[in-house]
Design a protein around this ligand. Structure first.
Ligand code: SF4
Ligand code: SF4
Length: 156
């Protein structure tokens, strides 16, 4: 398999911005978004967040999409790490069957690249975005999908 085959290229379909409950924000995510929007942290939380099970989530609008979805992400530079990481979530990285199922949801995942290449490129992307480092220090409020097992992909 050529390493130049892209394992993922976003098609901007918006599926991953639809639905309640998926977008967990760490304290760093909240601070970044509040600063981006020019809001005090408490005002950002009151307007755009909800708490559940000890975690903080982005709200959705009446259309079911994330409050920041406007035919694309309107806070792209400041979006939460879980949005930066998709589709390179823990489940899709450690489990080939999950990666296959994710292809039904996300048309940006390229099946032709193969799972090993998806893992290799995914880890490189997460490192480049700083997501792995932040998730490692994120504590209990970090999304479980960002907790990548140590040593994953070292043999690739
Ligand atoms: S579901 Fe996949 S292709 Fe669609 S917007 Fe999200 S990342 Fe991009
Ligand atoms: S913050 Fe942006 S990328 Fe994340 S769910 Fe909302 S609109 Fe989508």
């Amino acid at each position: 398999m050529s390493e130049r085959v892209a394992a993922f290229e976003c098609r901007m379909c918006g599926h991953c911005c639809l639905g309640e409950g998926g977008i967990v924000m760490s304290p760093l995510d909240r601070a970044r978004l509040a600063a981006h929007l020019g809001l005090a942290p408490e005002d950002f939380l009151a307007r755009y967040a909800r708490r559940s099970d000890g975690k903080t989530y982005l709200r959705t609008g009446e259309d079911g999409y994330c409050v920041f979805f406007r035919e694309g992400c309107s806070v792209h530079r400041a979006k939460p790490d879980i949005c930066r990481a998709w589709p390179f979530f823990r489940g899709n990285l450690v489990d080939e069957a999950s990666w296959e199922m994710a292809q039904d949801f996300c048309p940006g995942i390229n099946p032709a690249a193969g799972h090993a290449e998806f893992v290799r490129q995914g880890l490189a992307c997460l490192r480049a975005e700083g997501v792995l480092e932040r998730a490692a220090g994120g504590g209990d409020e970090c999304a479980a999908a960002l907790r990548i097992p140590p040593g994953l992909g070292e043999d690739l």
